[in-house]
Write a protein that binds this ligand. Structure first.
Ligand code: ATP
Ligand code: MN
Length: 489
């Protein structure tokens, strides 16, 4: 049986024709003369209303039309009498695919808490909020591929199972087929991974960057967009154990090119969402405004969701060095009043409270911080020629060509750098931080043969979706979140 997506019907359905729609009942309302069914099929946040005359539908069918039931409705598309929709369906037939026992179906036509919905993640895509988020997530993913394709990048699939433990980006999940209750042991009593599936220790990847660099030094410009795993035991609203990362890597790009690309890229994909997800964003904007009203005045955010997105795409990101940022932080009110939980001085890794102060209080816009101290960044970042100094000529320490993009409400959304392309400097740095160069001989080969300046960055896709949807918790922007003690669905 042919049927039309509700989205298409509402946009271009012609009045007077017979149509069939298929979806899930959101609500059923009965008046003296008629029965109104609001049907949603997930193609749009908007429901289609279907109307039957009182007594028209057999009782046994009527009884099964309850919230959550799956039905096909056939009838004539007519102009709507009621407010709220332009067209509706004058029902001629209702077919019940799957009823949903109203005493047991957990979703009711009312607002459920996000916490409760996390417990029924298998059903939450049927709510307005989550279907909106998932459609926006799709649009953003599509925009990511479009952006890179339009700009001459090739999509490179890097391995999910990896033997390199040198990435150093986070705690890893081991991949093994050994029997956990009695693993083979070598003479020194340690687990003998030579007997494991790959004949060595393997883990789930924490980043595709190292392999991405191999691609860039052959294809010029590549990007990865794949699942990434970090066994960080941090129960924050910005960390998942399984998330999707986008990692472009470009030959012949230096730090400035990298910053320009990162800024243009995020602005372009946000603009795409604004243009293609109008209804869903309007719904989330509204939802957020309601939520804001329940907060204390001083905690309410100054901008609505749509306003915030417009603001970000139409203003230049603030760019400054780590050294300049520390200067601002050290002299800030919260630092002087002892209101930061973590002390800040040149050399420390900035905490989320510091990043958010810079973005939300000081500059009030996205910020790109560059040239971080070498000791708090990864071994592969390109070393700066001279140590950092401030405006007063005070000399600090060695820095690298790193860049972090910080966003309001999120903190770090992108982390990247120009890469060290000098073999001697790179191996010296590896030895300093205790990474055996032989372990990633293949990575070092790029510096041995035809090395080139290059740069790249990693964007956490869920943090981007969080920003665009305005959701406070990262677990609400991925269909089935993985976090400590959470892997049910
Ligand atoms: P953070 O300091 O916020 O933990 P990071 O510095 O460890 O992040 P990178 O290694 O630079 O992160 O990874 C690049 C990007 O991946 C980050 O900017 C962020 O957007 C995203 N990201 C990192 N860890 C996670 C995570 N556990 N869950 C979701 N996104 C993440
Ligand atoms: Mn980072």
């Amino acid at each position: 049986m042919s049927y039309l997506p509700v989205q298409q019907l509402l946009k271009s359905g012609s009045v007077g024709t017979d149509v069939t729609v298929k979806g899930w009942v959101r609500t059923k309302r009965e008046s003296k003369n008629a029965i109104f069914i609001a049907l949603n099929d997930g193609s749009t946040i908007n429901n289609i209303q279907a109307v039957a005359e009182a007594g028209q539908l057999p009782d046994d069918v009527l009884k099964l039309i309850t919230t959550g039931a799956c039905v096909a409705i056939t009838g004539q598309l007519v102009e709507s009498q009621g407010a709220g929709q332009s067209v509706e369906i004058k029902i001629s037939n209702v077919h019940i695919y799957g009823p949903a026992d109203p005493d047991k179906y957990p979703l009711q036509p009312k607002r459920h808490s996000l916490e409760f919905l996390r417990e029924i993640a298998h059903l939450r895509p049927r709510t307005n909020t989550f279907s909106a988020i998932l459609r926006i997530r799709h649009a953003l993913a599509f925009a990511v591929h479009t952006y890179f394709n339009d700009n001459g990048f090739f999509y490179l699939n890097t391995p999910i199972i990896t033997a390199s433990d040198a990435e150093g980006a986070g705690e890893m999940f081991r991949v093994t087929t050994l029997d956990a209750t009695k693993p083979p042991l070598s003479e020194d009593g340690k687990v003998d991974y030579s007997q494991d599936f790959f004949g060595r220790e393997t883990n789930l990847t924490v980043s595709g960057q190292l392999e991405g660099e191999l691609g860039a030094l052959a294809l010029g410009k590549i990007y990865t967009f794949g699942p990434t795993f970090r066994a960080e035991n941090s129960n924050t609203t910005r960390h998942l154990a399984e998330f999707w990362m986008i990692e472009p890597e470009m030959a012949f790009h230096e730090l400035l090119d990298n910053m320009n690309l990162a800024e243009d890229f995020v602005k372009t994909v946000i603009r795409y969402a604004l243009q293609h997800c109008e209804d869903d964003l309007a719904f989330l904007d509204n939802r957020l405004q309601e939520e804001e009203k329940t907060k204390k005045k001083e905690e309410q955010s100054a901008m609505g969701l749509l306003e915030k997105l417009q603001f970000v795409i139409s203003n230049e990101f603030e760019r400054l060095t780590y050294t300049e940022a520390v200067e601002i932080l050290v002299n800030s009110k919260p630092a002087k009043k002892g209101q930061f939980q973590y002390e800040v001085s040149w050399g420390v890794d900035l905490q989320s409270e510091h990043e958010r102060y810079l973005v939300e209080k000081h500059f009030k816009k996205p910020v790109i911080l560059t040239n971080y101290p070498r000791d708090i960044k990864a071994f592969y970042m390109k070393q700066d020629d001279a140590p950092a100094t401030n405006a007063r000529g005070q000399v600090f320490g060695e820095t690298v060509r790193a860049m972090d993009v910080l966003f309001p409400g999120i903190g770090e959304i992108i982390g990247g750098s120009q890469r060290e392309d000098d073999l001697d400097k790179l191996t010296a740095r590896m030895q300093e931080v205790g990474i055996e160069p032989d372990a990633i001989w293949w990575y070092l080969d790029t510096r041995r043969f035809g090395s080139a300046p290059h740069a790249g960055f990693g964007l956490g896709f869920e943090r981007l979706v969080q920003f665009v949807t305005g959701m406070g918790n990262i677990r609400d922007v991925i269909p089935f979140p993985r976090a400590p003690k959470q892997a049910e669905f």
